[in-house]
Design a protein around this ligand. Structure first.
Ligand code: NAD
Length: 436
């Protein structure tokens, strides 16, 4: 094949989008491949499949700030609205030095699929800034967040696109975003972001919701696989909001969390790790390094620990085909977005490892974000018990529906979730018709 042909085919793999670098196709290429796997199941809706390979709106913004030392720094920010056929955009904001447009597009695409798979009335969106937030002072971080919010203020809003926290952002980031948007608009708009502090219209249960959803999906998968939660061995990569809370809930259910990892350390203890103690250590020291309730192990050994549940809850692309060939878990429950590459998915399937996909397993967060948005609109707030009960109902019924399609069509759970989601999105697309 000539170089020209190779470039053409690499570009085609990205949906033919000229603004992506064919030499660095991931993770958007993974998303497109996952969409392609659904093609045979779309029936007449296949006509619309290209919709899913073309993000509706892609905004790149320059975010300049004055640093504390008087110098000027520029950061690159993004907001991508992948699809809005079923409702306003919804998806998190990531602050991380490795954020790229390609990554934000994939994350936005997964949000489209996730919201549709769970049945939430949202489209998919995602945003981020290419920055290491720990390198900024509190004041710098706040100025950057405010300028970014103003820049993307053109396309966000309670009925247009509603951001939430993701890696490197938290409730305080959302408070600053809500305040900035409200200042620009001239009136308080609590519903413009979710994952806010409770005092600003946040929802009880939101902070725990993603980890809780991960745990619920593991429990439901365990029922089918005859794995009791009591005594199950669990390995968790990523010990932040999602991984830390999921680990705590596993432990509270009597499971044994035998290994945890974050960006500072990879630790194992076959007797089970004291998760609240590890969380307290991270809160004080900023990472797991130095925690003495477990022993350091090599990251490559981590992936091949024998366990019932393996929970990747850090970043995308972690389970490669090579690592997948060594995984000795019965079930992989994806807390992170896109942690398993499509090729690794095939390896896991061939080795009979059940994968509960991200678009289902980590949907607890956006589900309670939906509750927060509804509560903000009605200015009527629910109790934590009500929220957790509603979350459990939605997660269990989505799990059952996806499981059933997987059985009927003899496909992995990911493909089943994509089948349900793509049908919903493309049906909405078809019924709305093309404008003009
Ligand atoms: P977080 O910032 O709270 O935690 C991220 C964790 O990953 C930290 O413990 C960090 O040390 C660890 N980590 C980072 N790089 C690593 C590496 N190379 N190796 C090992 N560990 C590493 O973020 P979070 O909110 O817990 O998000 C984690 C994942 O879950 C992301 O993929 C995110 O998109 C996804 N997710 C989050 C939510 C949510 O509500 N927070 C919802 C859905 C999906």
């Amino acid at each position: 094949m000539s170089t020209h042909d190779e470039n053409q085919s690499a570009s085609a793999r990205l949906g033919g989008l000229s603004y992506l670098n064919p030499a660095a196709p991931e993770p958007w290429a993974s998303f497109i491949e996952q969409i392609e796997r659904v093609r045979p199941y779309l029936g007449p809706l296949e006509r619309w499949i290209e919709t899913l390979k073309h993000p509706k709106r892609t905004l790149i913004v320059d975010v300049p700030i004055e640093r504390d030392d008087g110098s000027i720094a520029h950061f690159e920010g993004y907001r991508v609205q992948h699809n809005l056929s079923r409702g306003p955009g919804k998806g998190g904001i990531r602050f991380h030095p490795a954020v790229t447009l390609n990554e934000v597009m994939a994350l936005a695409g997964w949000m489209t699929v996730k919201n549709a798979a769970i049945g939430l009335p949202f489209g998919g969106a995602k945003g981020g800034i290419r920055v290491d937030p720990s390198s900024l002072s509190k004041g710098e971080l706040q100025r950057m967040t405010r300028r970014f919010t103003s820049e993307i203020g053109l396309i966000i809003g309670p009925d247009r696109d509603i951001p939430a926290p993701d890696v490197g952002t938290n409730a305080m980031t959302m408070a600053v975003m809500m305040d900035t948007f409200s200042m620009n608009r001239g009136g308080t708009a609590t519903g413009v972001v979710t994952g806010k502090p409770i005092a600003l219209g946040g929802s009880l249960g939101r902070q725990e919701a993603t980890g809780r959803g991960v745990y619920l999906c593991a429990r439901e998968a365990g029922k089918h696989q005859h794995i009791p939660m009591e005594g199950a061995r669990v390995v968790v990569q990523g010990f932040g909001n999602v991984g830390g809370i999921a680990a705590r809930l596993f432990r509270a259910a009597g499971s044994r969390v035998i290994a945890i990892a974050d960006h500072t350390a990879t630790l194992a203890n076959d007797a089970g790790i004291d998760i609240p103690a590890a969380q307290a250590w991270v809160a004080e020291h900023g990472g797991l390094a130095g925690f003495d309730g477990a022993a350091p192990i090599d990251i490559e050994d981590f992936w091949q620990l024998e366990c019932e549940y393996l929970v990747p809850a850090a970043l995308e692309g972690q389970i490669t085909p090579e690592r997948a060939s060594r995984v000795r878990a019965k079930v992989v429950v994806e807390g992170a977005n896109g942690p398993t590459t499509p090729a690794a998915d095939d390896v896991l399937r061939d080795r009979s490892v059940l994968v509960v996909p991200d678009v289902l397993a980590n949907a607890g967060g956006v589900t309670v974000s939906y509750f927060e948005w509804v509560q903000d609109f009605s200015s009527f707030f629910w109790t934590e018990d009500e929220i957790n009960a509603r979350l459990e109902r939605i997660m269990v019924s989505a799990f059952d529906a996806i499981w059933q399609v997987a059985q009927e069509k003899q496909v992995p759970l990911r493909t089943a979730a994509f089948i349900i989601a793509c049908h919903r999105v493309l049906e909405a697309r078809a019924e709305r018709g093309l404008y003009p």
